[in-house]
Design a protein. Structure first.
Length: 82
């Protein structure tokens, strides 16, 4: 399994530091993929990809509801259920 991690704009520096710590601890490249992109731009790619398998989200209720509405609308595209 791999992870795409898109931190909030206010967390970019701490996310980068944490990734450095993980690498120094021996985490192989490609296991956690840190990306710097807007949430809507990331969602456009992620929620339309057939291999989308799950999400962990921390944020507002409105955004959460929109994410799951999108997942529900795209459920027929996925290889398995997220």
């Amino acid at each position: 399994n791999t992870v795409v991690w898109k931190p909030a704009n206010t967390q970019i520096y701490s996310a980068q530091v944490f990734m450095q710590i993980l690498r120094e601890a021996g985490l192989p490249d490609g296991v956690i993929n840190l990306v710097y992109v807007s949430g809507p731009d990331a969602g456009e790619v992620i929620f339309n990809h057939r291999d989308f398998a799950g999400i962990h989200f921390t944020g507002s209720t409105g955004v959460f509801q929109n994410i799951w509405k999108t997942v529900g609308n795209n459920i027929h595209k996925y290889r398995s259920y997220p």
